[in-house]
Design a protein around this ligand. Sequence first.
Ligand SMILES: *[C@@H]1O[C@H](CO)[C@@H](O)[C@H](O)[C@H]1NC(C)=O
Ligand SMILES: *[C@@H]1O[C@H](CO)[C@@H](O)[C@H](O)[C@H]1NC(C)=O
Ligand SMILES: *[C@@H]1O[C@H](CO)[C@@H](O)[C@H](O)[C@H]1NC(C)=O
Ligand SMILES: *[C@@H]1O[C@H](CO)[C@@H](O)[C@H](O)[C@H]1NC(C)=O
Ligand SMILES: *[C@@H]1O[C@H](CO)[C@@H](O)[C@H](O)[C@H]1NC(C)=O
Ligand SMILES: *[C@@H]1O[C@H](CO)[C@@H](O)[C@H](O)[C@H]1NC(C)=O
Ligand SMILES: *[C@@H]1O[C@H](CO)[C@@H](O)[C@H](O)[C@H]1NC(C)=O
Ligand SMILES: *[C@@H]1O[C@H](CO)[C@@H](O)[C@H](O)[C@H]1NC(C)=O
Ligand SMILES: *[C@@H]1O[C@H](CO)[C@@H](O)[C@H](O)[C@H]1NC(C)=O
Ligand SMILES: *[C@@H]1O[C@H](CO)[C@@H](O)[C@H](O)[C@H]1NC(C)=O
Ligand SMILES: *[C@@H]1O[C@H](CO)[C@@H](O)[C@H](O)[C@H]1NC(C)=O
Ligand SMILES: *[C@@H]1O[C@H](CO)[C@@H](O)[C@H](O)[C@H]1NC(C)=O
Length: 430
Amino acid sequence: MLITSLLTSAVALGALSIEARPQLSARNTTSGSVSNATSVTDAAPQLTYDILTGADTDLFLLQFKPNSNPPSLTEKFHWPGVIRNAAYPWISRHPVNHNLFIVANDNHDLGELTSFYLDSQTGNLTTLDRVYSRGSCAHIAVSPDGGHVHIANLYGNNGTGANGAIVPIDVESGKFGSVNVPSNLNFSSYELQPGQLKASQLLRHPHHWAFHPYLPVAYLSDLGADLVRRFHIVSPGQLETLDPIKQRTASGPRRSIIHPSGRAIYTLHEIDSTLSVGSIDVTTPYGNVTLTQEGIDILPGGANHSANVFQGSEIQLSVDGRFLYAASRNNTAPPKGSMNSDPISIFSVSDNGTYIERISVVNSGAWYLRYFGLDNPYFDQSVREGQFVIAAGQYSNDTHIFKRDVINGNLTQVASFNSTQLGASSYVWI
Ligand SMILES: *[C@@H]1O[C@H](CO)[C@@H](O)[C@H](O)[C@H]1NC(C)=O
Ligand SMILES: *[C@@H]1O[C@H](CO)[C@@H](O)[C@H](O)[C@H]1NC(C)=O
Ligand SMILES: *[C@@H]1O[C@H](CO)[C@@H](O)[C@H](O)[C@H]1NC(C)=O
Ligand SMILES: *[C@@H]1O[C@H](CO)[C@@H](O)[C@H](O)[C@H]1NC(C)=O
Ligand SMILES: *[C@@H]1O[C@H](CO)[C@@H](O)[C@H](O)[C@H]1NC(C)=O
Ligand SMILES: *[C@@H]1O[C@H](CO)[C@@H](O)[C@H](O)[C@H]1NC(C)=O
Ligand SMILES: *[C@@H]1O[C@H](CO)[C@@H](O)[C@H](O)[C@H]1NC(C)=O
Ligand SMILES: *[C@@H]1O[C@H](CO)[C@@H](O)[C@H](O)[C@H]1NC(C)=O
Ligand SMILES: *[C@@H]1O[C@H](CO)[C@@H](O)[C@H](O)[C@H]1NC(C)=O
Ligand SMILES: *[C@@H]1O[C@H](CO)[C@@H](O)[C@H](O)[C@H]1NC(C)=O
Ligand SMILES: *[C@@H]1O[C@H](CO)[C@@H](O)[C@H](O)[C@H]1NC(C)=O
Ligand SMILES: *[C@@H]1O[C@H](CO)[C@@H](O)[C@H](O)[C@H]1NC(C)=O
């Protein structure tokens, strides 16, 4: 069973990668088959990966060569000052036009989206358009049809509320239409529930959008309301409210992702650093959800939790749906004088998707790990299998690349890059 799925993925990888990049040879998947300790794949020696990233007002292109000896991670291009209203940029690749990138920047009411054309070979980066997001934009996701950007404005309405917003985007020119805050996404009032945190849950805080892989449903994690909101996509950009998925009080749902089968949803909670799992009934029109697991600690008991809340940061699933990764920021209590090194926890996922179990915790070496990403997150229709994971230390100004063992999910660092200019907040493998 294990071997079958592995062979299938190796064959698919070889077949699909022909036009996009040097073909990868079928990998010898027997444990211990990598005889040279510094060689991290059996792929063609010239294999390179470009990674777009950003910090403050700058964008960067990093280049990763897994087969150089040792594997190298270097800066290929640096574009200073291309993002306005600097804070933590979130970078999204357009799902249809792969040269089109949209960068979201959270900065109170001056949060902004910028669209860019990028040729990663020549370094031609051209600003195409800009639009204010109508709030402090934590995250964006382009709708599967490619025509609309869904915006999660953590704060909005001049500090008195928060909202989800939707803006049309032209797939060819990268030009935005006008930003719409539909009334069912305008969370201007607040109602602190018993047990919620006064500081962070007075207001609603839309934090992350996700789309079901085939049902017409969008999900909006709302950190302030302890809800994962659900919407029926009536037509692209037109949302009708469905029952939300209630999360534990004061857990602070930050991000949700859906299993590639469409049958499970995983939510990472920022405030209490836990995960929840829901079973999606795909026989119902909009995928009714029943939670199957809640309050699963990202870290094992006895780990060196610091006293801080707001730690849970990022969640990713491997393309085969078998491993879930969850990270935490500023988490360890380091010996005095040394830097924090935040953990990435690895969970195995049951075949039906609705049960997860932590199998190990890897020390990332990154301090304030806001973001990490696989080279093929399952929702990215690219050709890769997720052999590598990139992680950012926002305070330690470093980037780490891990080789991912596709059989047991384990991560081992193979390259890193330091730059005081790059305390990165997101990455896109291109
Ligand atoms: C795979 O690697 C193992 C261990 O190095 C070796 O015994 C085996 O012959 C290899 N298989 C193939 C098909 O190359
Ligand atoms: C293995 O490593 C050695 C020294 O570290 C290097 O000279 C050799 O080229 C490497 N072999 C391969 C196949 O990468
Ligand atoms: C860079 O890309 C833009 C947008 O596609 C194009 O108009 C421009 O000619 C390109 N510049 C160069 C030097 O290739
Ligand atoms: C936002 O509030 C400030 C005062 O808190 C006010 O000066 C400003 O005009 C307001 N801006 C908008 C767009 O309402
Ligand atoms: C949201 O609703 C409030 C209260 O009704 C209103 O003042 C505000 O203008 C609305 N915001 C947007 C962006 O439509
Ligand atoms: C699905 O949810 C809807 C709305 O809450 C409800 O009316 C319906 O009975 C549910 N279906 C099932 C099979 O649970
Ligand atoms: C990070 O952790 C340190 C030590 O526990 C704490 O002093 C600091 O406030 C934390 N920073 C954030 C942003 O949570
Ligand atoms: C936890 O932190 C303390 C204080 O820095 C340190 O002495 C100890 O080794 C750490 N324990 C673990 C398991 O990391
Ligand atoms: C899903 O798998 C888990 C673990 O194997 C099992 O406990 C659970 O009953 C399964 N759920 C369904 C609906 O089959
Ligand atoms: C997992 O990777 C770590 C290095 O990150 C290594 O120390 C450990 O032995 C590996 N575990 C397994 C089961 O491969
Ligand atoms: C990055 O900086 C850290 C801490 O100063 C250091 O341990 C590490 O070796 C550096 N890595 C690189 C690739 O320079
Ligand atoms: C990271 O870079 C910033 C400047 O961009 C600097 O203030 C900070 O001290 C650096 N952190 C470390 C650990 O070097």
